[in-house]
Structures are given as C-alpha cells and as structure tokens.
Design a binder for this molecule. Sequence first.
Ligand code: ADP
Length: 270
Amino acid sequence: TENIQLDIRIVPYGEDLRLLVAQDVTQLRFMERVRSDFVANVSHELRTPLTVLRGYLETLGPADESLPESNLKIFQRMREQTARMESLVDGLLSLTRLESPAHQVVQKKLDVPAMLKSICDEIELLADEHPTIELILETDAHLQGAEQELRSAFSNLIVNAVKYTPATGRVTVRWRDEGEGARLDVEDTGPGIAQHHLPRLTERFYRVAVDGCKSNSGSGLGLAIVKHALSRHGAELKIASTIGKGSCFSCCFPEERVVRADSRAESRRA
Ligand code: ADP
C-alpha cells in the first residue's frame, strides 16, 4: 500500500550480458524531502528577523555624528555581516525551490541576448573597479525557460568571473548557436581553479580559497544554484580551468529549448 520508489538501471555485465539493477530509494527520497523542507523552513524563519535587524542597522551608525570612529567601523561590519547572512538565506531559499520537482514556474520564450546585455550592464554599474566585460552575441537565439531561474544562473556565472578576475583582466561572455543546441560561455582571465576541485565546485558550500582575491565573502551556494537551474532546463554546466590562465563556465542547452528567429516568426504568424 505504501508508495515505493525504485531507481532502475541497466548496467553492462561481461561481453554480452546486461544486469537490471533495481534499488529501493523510498527511504532516501523521504530523507531528502525532510532535509529540504527543514532548510526551507529555517531559512524562511530567519528571513524576517534579519530584515528587521538590517532595518535598524541602516538607521544607526553613519547618521549619528557623535559616535566615535571605532563604533562607526563596528556598525559597518555589522551591516556587512547582516547582508552576508541575508544572501546566504536567500541562496538557501532559491536552492530549495530549485530542488523541488513540485515547484513549477511559468516557462516562456526568453530573449537571451537582451537578458545578457542587461546583466552585464547591471554588473558594470555596481562594481567600482572591474575587469573589461566583453559581450559577444553570435546568435540572437531565444530560449524556452523560466526567466528568473536562467537569469540568476547567468548572473551568478558572470558575477563570479568578475569577482575572481583582477581589474586588469578580461571577462568574455559569448552566446552561440551550436546547430544542435545553444551555448553560453563565460570565460575569464582570472586565477583559474585546480583540476581536483572542479568535480566538487557545484556542491553547496564548497569554496576554494583564491589567492589575492578581493572577495572572500561568498556563500559557496552560487554554483549549486547554477547547476540546479540549468538541470531543470535539461542543460549542463561544463567547467574548464587552467591555473594562472583562467576559467570557462559553459551552459549547454539542448536543441528542444532553443527558439530561433525563423521559428519565432512562424509562431507569431500562427
Ligand atoms: P562563492 O563564489 O560564493 O564562494 P560559488 O558556488 O559561486 O561560491 O563558487 C564556488 C567556488 O568556485 C568559489 O569559492 C571559487 O573558489 C570558485 N570559483 C567560482 N567561479 C570562479 C572563477 N570564475 N574563477 C576562479 N574561481 C572561481
């Protein structure tokens, strides 16, 4: 009577035999759901007191000129750490939403070139000193997908590239049509990442200390969010990196997600 969940795989066995492996994953899936619900609830409960705390901190400090310099510094630190905690809680909330198969969002045709342009403009405005950001649009292909999820995936990759690359470096964002599918490459001339870290980079909270990097304040959730957002679109994240040369993060979208100019015209006529 209980709903049993099975994970079924076919694995090669010797020359011409195949094994059918069925594993009971009911308990495992149940525990995953408990964990995910717990994280979602805790994050949600933490959100409100944090917002209140930030509100109070914003009204204190810089406004009060009678405070000694050392206290102003303390207020500044408190504001930074509250912002950091808020970004962690927001990251955890996004992750639990992305992990939940039940969480359905509106899928529509997304103008990827316009989205990339607005992300790059926003980052250029926000960062004081940053590497040159070059946006190369080799195609005007659109994607069928969830706007917020893809925007946050692309933005996380571009923000990372800008964050980890020195101001003298370069970040190249390239949107290209692959014939079978489409692909976004975010390439940088930053410090690069050692090969042994690459398979673990998309795990939540996995961080690598980057020498001489201006930011050590990340949450380690960014790439986990990217991976989940992409996999919900049947897309894959590929990472290539060379120490001392730079990194390239690629989002590879399957053909069924790509909407090209001619098919857009057809759907308008229809
Ligand atoms: P965060 O940036 O918040 O630490 P992420 O999940 O976005 O978390 O990234 C995980 C780790 O991957 C980072 O701590 C950093 O060491 C490494 N990383 C990500 N993007 C780059 C990049 N473009 N260049 C070098 N290292 C990177």
